[in-house]
Design a binder for this molecule. Structure first.
Ligand SMILES: Nc1ncnc2c1ncn2[C@@H]1O[C@H](COP(=O)(O)OP(=O)(O)OP(=O)(O)O)[C@@H](O)[C@H]1O
Length: 220
């Protein structure tokens, strides 16, 4: 699903953030990426959806060579990917239902189908009763559940999450881990998560990678 060969990533060509990256992540795998602050974890995740200015080597996501994709065609890559951030990145001017509809609209789903899908996902993340609320009327844990629903909305093959529980207490972190586990187990979605806190007792098989001095290591 994700294949990197001699992957190099840099923002300004003076210093490579990722060097000689060789790894692969198979369909349906659940993978954690660790490493010290500033080691390049977010940079690596960004490269998965084509958001790095300078890159060398090969990076294939769902059989698409990311580095060959030009401009507007990135939307075809992003069709396969759902992204979750530590700070939720919901749009405050939109209701939570409308937030979940965004990836559906981008991918040309009709209004009717988008609304239906958003409402099903709101039910899935147990927020149907908040449908017309705006993000700033929700707790952090609730906002992250909306972000998970938005990431799932367009039926992606891969979910990429950057410290998805970084702002959450243990209870809300567990809710998010269970949603990601469900996406992996029940929907067969490949999940790649950057985290400092690998959850205990996740209850599924997972693999761990770590980044040190720009080099990606297999931990387990
Ligand atoms: N847009 C950017 N332009 C230039 N340099 C950047 C940019 N974003 C990140 N960097 C640099 O790249 C390096 C890796 O940053 P990155 O955010 O990938 O690390 P990280 O492992 O995710 O860190 P953290 O755990 O603190 O979030 C850092 O030295 C950072 O300063």
């Amino acid at each position: 699903m994700i294949n990197a060969k001699d992957l190099y990533l840099t923002y300004d060509s003076n210093k490579y953030i990722i060097k000689r990256g060789n790894f692969s992540i198979k369909e349906r795998e659940f993978v954690f990426i660790g490493g010290n602050s500033g080691s390049g974890k977010s940079t690596l995740l960004k490269s998965f959806y084509g958001d790095i200015p300078i890159k060398h080597g090969s990076l294939k996501i769902a059989n698409q060579e990311v580095f060959k994709i030009k401009g507007n065609n990135l939307r075809y890559l992003r069709k396969d990917i759902g992204v979750i951030f530590q700070d939720y990145k919901l749009i405050n001017d939109y209701t939570i239902e409308e937030n979940i509809m965004i990836p559906l609209k981008i991918n040309n789903y009709s209004d009717e189908v988008s609304r239906l899908q958003a409402d099903n996902l709101l039910k899935h993340v147990k927020l149907s009763h908040r449908k017309g609320f705006y993000p700033n009327q929700l707790s952090g844990g609730e906002q992250q559940r909306v972000a998970v629903a938005r990431a799932l909305a367009h039926n992606p093959k891969i979910i990429i999450a950057d410290e998805p529980t970084g702002n959450l207490d243990d209870f809300n972190a567990d809710v998010v881990w269970n949603l990601l586990k469900g996406a992996n187990e029940q929907l067969g979605i490949t999940v790649v998560v950057v985290t400092h806190r690998v959850p205990k007792n996740l209850g599924i098989n997972f693999r761990q990678l770590s980044i040190e001095d720009g080099i990606i290591y297999e931990v387990s």
